[in-house]
Design a protein around this ligand. Structure first.
Ligand SMILES: Cc1cc2nc3c(=O)[nH]c(=O)nc-3n(C[C@H](O)[C@H](O)[C@H](O)COP(=O)(O)OP(=O)(O)OC[C@H]3O[C@@H](n4cnc5c(N)ncnc54)[C@H](O)[C@@H]3O)c2cc1C
Length: 391
């Protein structure tokens, strides 16, 4: 089961994790990343859930990620006046995206994996004599026994091998936020504070250095054009957020005011695909099943996919059969979590004082139920030593 080469498209979350597990399985991975250079300082932050950390522990990278991040031990929910509605235990790690992808890439490089930057995939060809050929925007090609698309929600791999597959669906929300140091926000020892504001949802956590990590969900029903969104000045966007939160408790306004370079990320999710693979090509992570960020699970799911697929390819010689086994194992879990996230995001915000009061009364009950559901998701583990041929 050796001497096979796997082309991996994308060096975000799924790509480097898959590469390390494939190498451990005796398959040679080569990772092709479209960006010209790493962007370790760029991007937002995310909360990595225990099921994702469990995969990283199997990879021997969990402790490093924990050190580079900050634990979130409690989530406090508040209403627009700052009244506490619920306090839930939490066990995630808050980390800047750039630091996470840097750590994962370094883990792959340290283990001798080849990672090539500036390789933007344009086309996947499965018709030739070689099992699979990847073509890149710089005119070069690569050949392998199989190819795995880890190239995110707008996957070029997916469009190439499944031209009739549904497109990502814009979810009507732009995630917005950033980082700031604000003297008036006191350190919160692992507490992530989420506010159901009068007109919008706001969350923040202060890490030990005093830096505030925050996000906001701006509702915008029509899909924004990326260039138009980028053209909105920081001042204009900040004014919009200050207006949305004008009646909400401090330090929300202070956090927004003190932030330079507020980011904007339109939310997309993938409609369910009828299959995640075609011939010697398979999709994992967001390329196969991007879910709404409110799930807090996209990165963890990409990691679970990576270990599960590597096990299938380790134990099942034919890539097609390995991909089918992988999909059978993963699809139900991933789609259940995506559905939950969709349901939570669709809850309408109350529009007046009476419905807000009612919401404040019933919400603690639903938030407690959320803890139980999260525990089920978090407790999932993938045992690397379990043989896939017996399952
Ligand atoms: C605002 C926001 C907040 C989120 N918060 C959380 C959270 O708290 N917790 C959580 O678990 N998840 C969260 N997620 C989801 C999470 O970020 C994704 O699920 C995760 O990054 C998916 O990993 P991936 O490797 O599949 O894709 P990505 O991380 O998107 O990586 C794809 C890689 O492929 C590269 N690429 C793209 N096209 C090509 C091409 N043509 N050729 C070569 N390379 C290419 C990209 O440059 C990138 O490096 C959030 C997402 C968003 C948008």
């Amino acid at each position: 089961m050796t001497d096979r080469t796997a082309l991996i498209v994308g060096c975000g979350v799924a790509g480097p994790v898959l590469a390390v597990f494939l190498q451990r399985a005796g398959i040679t991975p080569i990772v092709y990343e479209g960006r010209p250079t790493p962007r370790d300082e760029a991007g937002f932050f995310l909360n990595l859930a225990p099921n994702g950390l469990d995969v990283l522990d199997t990879l021997d990278s969990g402790d490093e990620i924990r050190q580079r991040g900050t634990p979130t031990t409690t989530v406090v929910f508040q209403n627009h006046r700052g009244k506490q509605l619920a306090e839930n235990p939490e066990t995630t790690v808050l980390i800047k995206r750039g630091l996470l992808t840097k750590s994962l890439r370094e883990a792959a490089l340290e283990r001798g994996v080849t990672v090539e930057f500036g390789k933007r995939l344009t086309d996947v060809d499965i018709s030739g004599e070689r099992s699979v050929t990847a073509r890149f925007a710089d005119g070069s090609e690569a050949h392998g026994d199989l190819l795995v698309g880890c190239d995110g929600v707008h996957s070029r791999t997916r469009r190439s091998i499944m031209p009739n597959a549904p497109q990502p669906r814009y979810a009507g929300v732009i995630d917005s936020g950033g980082f700031t140091h604000s003297a008036s926000v006191s350190p919160s020892e692992g507490v992530f504070r989420m506010t159901f504001g009068t007109n919008g949802f706001f969350g923040y956590q202060v890490v030990p250095s005093g830096e505030v990590y925050w996000f906001e969900n701006v509702h915008r029903p029509t899909e924004p054009d990326r260039q138009q969104l980028d053209a909105i000045s920081d001042e204009e966007w900040r004014a919009k957020l200050l207006d949305i939160h004008r009646t909400d408790h401090e330090p929300i306004l202070e956090i927004i005011r003190s932030t330079d370079g507020i980011g904007k990320w339109p939310n997309y999710e993938m409609p369910s695909l009828s299959t995640w693979h075609e011939g010697p090509v398979c999709l994992i992570g967001d390329a196969a099943h991007a879910m709404l960020p409110s799930a807090g699970q996209g990165a963890a799911m990409a990691m679970e996919d990576a270990i599960a697929l590597a096990k299938c390819l380790r134990d099942i010689q034919s890539p097609e059969e390995a991909f089918a086994a992988f999909e059978r194992r993963r699809k139900d879990r991933v789609e259940r979590i995506a559905k939950n996230a969709r349901r939570n995001s669709n809850r309408k915000a109350p529009t007046n004082a009476v419905t807000r009061k009612l919401r404040d009364l019933v919400l603690p009950f639903f938030l407690k139920m959320g803890v139980k559901s999260a525990e089920r998701t978090y407790s999932h583990t993938v045992d690397w030593d379990e043989s896939m041929t017996r399952s």
